[in-house]
Design a protein around this ligand. Structure first.
Ligand SMILES: C[S@@+](CC[C@H](N)C(=O)[O-])C[C@H]1O[C@@H](n2cnc3c(N)ncnc32)[C@H](O)[C@@H]1O
Length: 327
């Protein structure tokens, strides 16, 4: 432990590297974005990140042409660093204030890019979504995985045109769909009115900050949303906090792929997700990954991707939550 702490402090004890740690404590960021924020060259930033990675403080992963970095969650040394990094997020040191402003600008640019895409495509979304997915098979598989268990409150994060509110309409007592695209929400409202879904409502809210009590929801759905998010792990964690003990999260997204084009033409940030990544998010949020289903396209061609359904569950008692976090 002595050597681990010593190496970690040596790595963190340099101006740029400490700034990088403070930034990464706020979520995953690509190396290009870090370069923009710090105003330093990419080779220089990459060198500093390499030192942090070697000390076990940050994790990197390449996905297509993009290299992502995030704070390592497993390093025990972070328990020591976490409170320091949290304090530095409030610190008024000029460099850190400038970094916060630059990070905000980068995040706004990301959000604006996705928002522009959805504003432009809201009217044709129900047609567009079918281009990539064998839609009815997926919906059927989701219903089978969720089964007959009663659902008092169903929440759909990134509800778009509200399709999931219709798919699960026979399962819930009440449902709420949240989205940040007013264009999508306008269509969702029409759709739920036309379907006569009086127990469902639509709300404008960012999924990271949905205005609901923690532990108040039986089933959270996050269908084809994670790959658009600047910080999908944080979105997943927010979904987990909404769940009652024993509550479930059904996440549907693409399996990890290498269609870089989807970033440029369809505003995707992540190129799908591997089971291992979802498993690690479950561990970080004290959930278990109870079922996984893979839906490969019936006639594989360049446009169709493999879809994954992950059903995750919060333990029924707080004691179980603690146990599952420790394991
Ligand atoms: C690909 S659509 C999927 C919509 C719907 N779940 C479906 O499968 O048809 C992604 C949706 O996520 C929404 N979204 C993206 N980021 C969001 C955020 N931070 N909070 C809430 N909604 C978000 C977008 O506005 C868009 O409507």
């Amino acid at each position: 432990m002595f050597q681990v702490i010593l190496n970690a402090f040596r790595a963190a004890g340099e101006e740029t590297r400490l700034r990088l740690l403070v930034l990464l404590a706020q979520g995953e960021i690509t190396v290009t974005e870090l370069t923009q924020i710090l105003g330093q060259s990419q080779p220089r930033v990459s060198r500093h990140l390499k030192v942090l990675a070697e000390a076990g403080l940050v994790k990197r992963y390449r996905e297509g042409a993009w290299m992502f970095y995030r704070l390592s969650k497993t390093a025990s040394v972070l328990e020591v660093l976490d409170p320091l990094l949290a304090a530095l997020q409030e610190d008024q040191e000029e460099l850190l204030v400038a970094d916060r402003i630059a990070l905000d600008a980068v995040r706004r640019a990301r959000a604006d890019q996705a928002a522009a895409y959805f504003a432009e495509n809201a009217a044709q979304w129900d047609r567009l979504r079918q281009l990539h997915l064998p839609e009815s098979n997926i919906e059927q598989a989701m219903l089978s995985l969720v089964g007959e268990e009663p659902i008092e409150h169903f929440v759909d994060l990134g509800t778009g045109t509200g399709r999931m509110l219709t798919v699960f309409k026979n399962q819930y007592d009440k449902a709420t769909g949240f989205d940040v695209s007013r264009d999508m929400l306008a269509i969702a409202r029409t759709n739920i009115d036309e379907a006569g879904l009086t127990s469902a409502q639509i709300r404008y809210a960012d999924l990271y900050e949905v205005p609901l009590d923690s532990a108040s929801v039986d089933l959270v759905c996050i269908h084809q949303v994670l790959h658009f998010l600047p910080d999908p792990a944080k979105g997943f964690a927010r979904a987990a906090t909404l769940l009652k003990p024993g509550g479930r999260l059904i996440a549907v997204d693409f399996d990890a792929h290498d269609h870089e084009l989807l970033r440029d033409s369809f505003a995707h940030r992540r190129l799908g997700f591997a089971d291992a990544e979802i498993q690690s998010w479950c561990e970080e949020t004290g959930m278990s990954l109870s079922k996984t289903e893979t839906l490969a396209p019936e006639n594989p061609d360049q446009d169709k991707l493999t879809v994954k359904i992950w059903l995750c569950q919060k333990p029924s008692t707080p004691a179980q939550t603690q146990l599952s976090k420790e394991n």
